[in-house]
Design a binder for this molecule. Structure first.
Ligand SMILES: Nc1ncnc2c1ncn2[C@@H]1O[C@H](COP(=O)(O)OP(=O)(O)OP(=O)(O)O)[C@@H](O)[C@H]1O
Ligand SMILES: N[C@@H](CCO)C(=O)O
Length: 304
């Protein structure tokens, strides 16, 4: 770090995850970005440039400490700044953007050239699940494999998603932190629900990897997490239904919520966005809709 760079800025895409029934497995990077800027200091620890809450600081510190351990570099002090468009605690992988930004930023400052899969492994250990961090770091649609015994990231299959496919995200004003939303899930699932979800997740991944987007119309049906989470977000289930009614191919609860997302052909996106937001407003839930594309690049150093 002391040789070359002093400040580095990393642009990191948001992500949707689960994509229906692909719980803790499927992720997709979106054209909505946070920027994480690291500036080296003479000190020994990471310090925020602007006020951040304890959990954000803990994410940065954990990411940095794990990076230094894996990369075998000597820890150094740095200031960090987080800015951008990704709303926090809305199921769009905001925490993953921070983790990915710190890892890519330190990699650039230290000139370690750590391979992206190694970064996804570190980021999964910090985030707890792989699919947001793999989408943010690798770009595109990703299906991540974790070790069933340890939960450690093993690998991912990623595909590029064409621009003709749009992702309409409706984000209600309600914040939902992932730790709380995961706490609402049951400890066990009925066997039949697991079977139905497996069928849906497998079909969805196959259709997406094949680029057979028409088949998405029959693909999504989740029995693992949406039945427990959707009812707690007024208007969310209705917003997905409204998007599909307005012409979307399919839709799902984005990550752990509170945003919902519909997939559609770009030409149909605007009326779908309006219908989805109207469903939230009918439940007196303020809502912001965004028409996005897939980000196929993943986190990128902007200035170094
Ligand atoms: N712009 C930001 N600035 C500072 N901290 C942020 C920012 N965005 C997110 N965070 C941190 O990440 C936390 C939100 O992470 P959480 O995992 O609960 O939601 P998410 O990543 O947005 O959603 P999901 O994991 O369902 O996709 C916030 O409570 C905050 O600590
Ligand atoms: N798979 C995660 C995504 C949010 O980090 C969940 O649904 O809890």
């Amino acid at each position: 770090m002391n040789r070359a760079r002093h400040t580095v800025s990393v642009r990191v895409p948001a992500s949707t995850s689960n994509c229906g029934a692909g719980f803790d497995s499927q992720g997709l990077a979106l054209s909505l970005y946070n920027r994480v800027t690291l500036t080296r200091t003479q000190g020994l620890v990471p310090l925020p440039e602007q006020p951040v809450d304890e959990s954000t600081h803990a994410l940065v510190v954990q990411s940095a400490e794990r990076f230094w351990r894996v990369a075998g570099t000597v820890p150094v002090g740095f200031y960090y700044r987080i800015e951008g468009e990704v709303p926090a605690a809305r199921g769009l992988g905001s925490s993953a953007t921070i983790i990915a930004g710190v890892l890519v930023g330190l990699d650039s400052l230290h000139e370690t050239r750590l391979p992206r899969p190694a970064m996804v492994k570190i980021a999964t250990a910090v985030e707890g699940n792989p699919e947001n961090v793999s989408a943010s770091l690798l770009g595109g649609f990703t299906v991540s494999r974790t070790d069933p015994a340890t939960g450690e990231y093993v690998d991912a299959v990623r595909v590029t998603v064409p621009r003709e496919i749009a992702f309409v995200v409706a984000s209600p004003s309600m914040e939902l932190r992932t730790v709380e939303s995961r706490g609402a899930l049951p400890p066990t699932l009925p066997f039949a629900d697991a079977v139905k979800s497996l069928n849906s997740a497998s079909f969805f991944a196959a259709a997406f990897v094949a680029g057979d987007y028409e088949k998405l119309r029959q693909a999504v049906g989740d029995f693992v997490h949406e039945p427990y989470r959707l009812p707690k977000i007024p208007g969310a289930g209705a917003a997905i239904d409204a998007g599909i009614e307005a012409g979307a191919l399919t839709g799902w609860l984005s990550g752990s919520g509170s945003s919902v997302l519909c997939v559609c052909y770009r030409a149909n996106a605007e009326p779908i966005a309006a219908s989805m937001c109207a469903a939230f407003w009918r439940e007196s839930m303020p809502c912001e809709a965004r028409v996005l594309s897939a980000d196929n690049d993943g986190a990128r150093v902007e200035r170094a």
